[in-house]
Write a protein that binds this ligand. Structure first.
Ligand code: SAM
Ligand code: SF4
Ligand code: SF4
Length: 335
């Protein structure tokens, strides 16, 4: 099994199945940039389901134990359930999840479960209807997302995690409401520090609410205590409620980076491999795949790419003399 330059093994694979999305979250795909005329990938540019399945098989052979479908919005890719069924065949995979905005989750949850998906993570930044509408670029309604979460829970796609990106002055007034909702419903809310992914969101450090502050603000109303990590490479810092009411997670990529244990590889919708969320370039697998490369040849490319990996952007962020100019966009590789 390959290790990278910092002795990190390859354990997780995130598969972005589309660069399209029905939302326009300002921190990911701002509506001003991704308007009517924006050119997304065409059908022929996208990997088809057989191609994705084959590449995933190669990467699973190299040690990936966890798969996550993402995007863009994975549920806007037609026939996604078929892909789930194809990917569920890999016995070596220990965990198979999807990250979604849940807009189309209620209608698909039972079929996704049936096809072999194990869990979903839903993105929901606030329960405040007006702010959610604004944060989703005028597209989202809280009630419909909550219905999607309920349907996924009923279909057995839990324990459900909920991702909330926190932006100062925008949704940080509703942290405790979200925490209470998670406690009541038995879902794990994961508060994510707003990150400087891509180049389109106009990120400023002033907009980041540090995880320590998020914890302090929740702890003041709902007392918390820290928990240890579940497994090597777990990125969330976990806290539990002192009264036994469940737990929350914090994704501290800005204030307390975790590159040292980052075991993630990302496959983009058009078949490029990215070794970091902040990478500027991906390694093309679609070219060799469509030119007839064998599984062993594809495996050699992935192995070589992982062995050369020396990414640790979040640890270097504040030491860089210049901000990195070219970074892949989040909607393209899926967080
Ligand atoms: N569309 C799906 C969704 O929103 O769940 C999957 C793709 S989305 C890119 C994956 C995750 O990345 C979401 O939870 C989203 O909130 C998060 N994300 C996007 N841009 C971010 C940013 N600038 N900082 C932190 N998290 C971000
Ligand atoms: Fe779409 Fe997810 Fe990005 Fe929001 S975070 S714009 S839902 S891909
Ligand atoms: Fe992994 Fe890159 Fe994020 Fe560091 S910055 S944790 S290497 S994806």
């Amino acid at each position: 099994m390959p290790e990278d330059r910092f002795n990190r093994p390859l354990r997780d694979l995130r598969i972005s199945v589309t660069d399209r999305c029905n939302f326009r979250c300002g921190y990911c795909m701002p509506a001003e940039v991704f308007g009517e005329g924006y050119r997304f990938l065409g059908r022929k540019e996208l990997l088809d389901f057989e191609e994705i399945t084959r590449l995933v098989g190669v990467i699973v052979r190299l040690g990936a134990l966890k798969l996550r479908l993402t995007g863009g919005e994975p549920l806007v890719r037609p026939g996604l359930t078929q892909l789930v069924q194809l990917l569920a065949q890999y016995d070596a995979v220990e965990d198979f999840a999807m990250t979604t905005n849940a807009w189309h989750l209620a209608e698909h949850a039972p079929a996704l479960k049936e096809a072999g998906l194990r869990r979903v993570t839903v993105s929901l930044d606030t329960l405040d209807e007006d702010i959610f509408l604004r944060m989703s670029g005028g597209r989202g309604r809280v009630g419909r997302v909550l219905e999607g979460i309920r349907a996924a829970d009923e279909a057995g796609l839990g324990p459900i995690k909920i991702n909330a990106v926190v932006q100062r002055g925008l949704n940080d007034h509703s942290l405790v409401d979200l925490a209470r909702y998670g406690r009541e419903q038995g879902h794990i809310i994961r508060f994510i520090e707003y990150m400087d992914v891509g180049t389109m969101n106009g990120w400023r450090m002033d907009d980041v609410v540090p995880a320590a502050e998020i914890v302090a603000r929740i702890d003041a109303e709902l007392p918390l205590e820290p928990l240890g990590r579940n497994y090597y490479g777990e990125v969330a810092r976990r806290y539990r409620y002192r009264d036994g009411g469940g737990e929350i997670g914090l994704i501290t990529s800005v204030t307390q980076p975790f590159c040292g244990a980052c075991t993630r590889l990302r496959l983009s919708p058009e078949g490029r491999l990215f070794t970091c969320l902040f990478a500027s370039e991906g390694i093309d697998l679609r070219g060799p795949l469509r030119a007839g490369a064998s599984d062993d040849e594809l495996e050699a490319i992935v192995r070589g790419t992982w062995r050369k990996r020396e990414d640790r952007y979040s640890e270097e962020r504040f030491a860089l003399a210049q901000p990195r100019e070219h970074k892949v966009e989040m909607y393209h590789i899926g967080g």
